[in-house]
Design a binder for this molecule. Structure first.
Ligand code: NIG
Ligand code: FE
Length: 431
């Protein structure tokens, strides 16, 4: 299914690389912490810039003339041809390992059915769970490789990757092992998150407490012991996991050393943001229904909001999260795709940039900061990823654009000309 050519050059580039002649080198250089307020506007752009990369790390950042001066016979020189260069996107919320699609539900929704109605009759997340349970790990890795290619093609070099379509001990471990293999076998970097609390599976509906206990007593200890996840997430929603159940699961996860994330206030104001603040989770994600009190609580607790306009768009809703209020409240916002087969079937971060500008009134600069450096901090990788600064990992993308604002402006196309992960060409050709 996946064309092999994309990964061909993955392991055969060891020479230093100089990239010259960039119209804008968008560095995102700045304070070593998530950006807030007006800091989100400061992209650290070097006009007519260049970059020098050695051993997978950024060695120098400067004007094209400065970089040209450090070229010698051992250097591979790439002429960006007057294009823009940005850090690879860091997509801090995805569900990229699942079997099958939900095209039938897509059609039903086009005829007027709602996401919640489809879920209530056993479709939705559960239909993907049924197919994912029936799939072997090799099949999940094969489809996952196809999606890895989509992410890279779109200029994303790191994804946070959730389990959550297994909902049994063995099936959740199977998905997390598939994520580990994808991280090892593709140029895309995966940060794994355990989401056993994505839905209560049908066999536990009448005894949901036992499912919560299964997560706490069996799944979490195994996930932690086998070091298969860095984070634990819970879908906290009236009809999914209550605030009390979410508290129990996340508190247990913390005891196992996992970082905490939450699906909060997506479909209703269900107390998710407040719980995130109370627990001091790293992120609270979605937040379409969060009120001013919830935002203030997030601010006090330094929780980063992860906004997912792709799911609002794909569900045909107009209720986008209140990004402007969040930025004005001083929150370190993050943008992500929520790539999944139901509510947000897009891996495209540039589509998210478009939605952020059009529907959430984030400026193009704010959106870029939210999709790179702030996202990297939300994954505990702000010291290594998300900006182009000496010593950081050389994950960067040359987009076929002259101005970074084109990335959200021309929508529905893929912009990358060449994508580099750890200094190696991972999408696009050498020629
Ligand atoms: O983030 N909200 C819960 N989980 C996903 C949807 C998953 C699905 O529909 O398969 C989300 O929107
Ligand atoms: Fe999600």
């Amino acid at each position: 299914m996946l064309s092999a050519s994309v990964f061909m050059s993955y392991a055969n580039e060891s020479k230093p690389v100089a990239i010259v002649n960039c119209s804008q080198l968008v560095t995102l250089a700045g304070p070593a912490r998530p950006r807030v307020g007006p800091e989100l506007l400061a992209l650290g752009i070097v006009s007519r810039g260049g970059l020098f990369v050695r051993d997978g790390l950024i060695e120098r950042v400067g004007t094209s003339a400065e970089i040209e001066a450090s070229i010698d016979s051992s250097t591979t020189v790439v002429d960006a041809g007057g294009r823009v260069l940005l850090p690879g996107f860091v997509d801090a919320h995805t569900h990229p390992v699942f079997a099958g699609t939900r095209v039938d539900e897509f059609e039903e929704r086009s005829r007027g059915a709602t996401y919640q109605e489809i879920a209530a009759r056993g479709g939705g997340i559960q239909s993907t769970v049924n197919r994912t349970r029936a799939a072997g790990v090799d099949e999940l890795v094969a489809t996952g490789r196809r999606y890895a290619d989509w992410f890279l093609r779109g200029g994303t070099t790191t994804v946070e990757a959730k389990s959550g379509y297994g909902l049994s001990l063995e099936d959740e471990l199977k998905i997390l092992r598939a994520i580990k293999r994808l991280d090892d076998e593709t140029p895309l970097r995966y940060v794994p998150t355990f989401l056993g609390a994505h839905s209560v599976p049908p066999e536990y509906r009448a005894r949901r407490d036992e499912y919560v206990s299964l997560i706490i007593e069996e799944m979490l200890p195994q996930v932690a012991r086998q070091k298969l996840a860095e984070y634990c997430d819970v879908f906290c929603e009236e009809k999914v996991f209550t605030v009390d159940e979410s508290w129990r699961i996340l508190s247990a996860a913390r005891c196992h050393g996992l970082g905490l994330r939450m699906h909060a206030d997506q479909l209703s104001l269900s107390g998710g943001a407040k719980l995130a603040a109370e627990l001091g989770t790293v992120t609270a994600d979605h937040l379409e229904h969060t009120d001013a009190a919830g935002m203030e609580a997030l601010k006090q607790a330094h929780v980063q909001p992860v906004l997912l306009p792709g799911s609002v768009y794909a569900l045909g809703s107009s209720r986008y999260p209140a990004a402007r209020e969040m930025i004005d409240a001083g929150l370190a916002v993050v943008l992500a795709t929520d790539f999944n087969p139901g509510s947000s079937p897009t891996p495209s971060m540039t589509m998210i940039l478009s939605l952020a500008a059009t529907h959430m009134k984030m400026t193009p600069a704010e959106a870029i900061s939210a999709a790179t450096i702030n996202a990297a901090y939300s994954l505990n990788r702000g010291d290594k990823l998300g900006s182009l600064e000496p010593g950081k990992i050389a994950d960067f993308v040359i987009h076929d654009a002259e101005d970074y604002r084109e990335l959200g402006y021309f929508f529905g196309i893929e912009h990358p000309w060449r994508v580099y992960a750890q200094g190696k060409l991972s999408h696009g050709s050498h020629g």
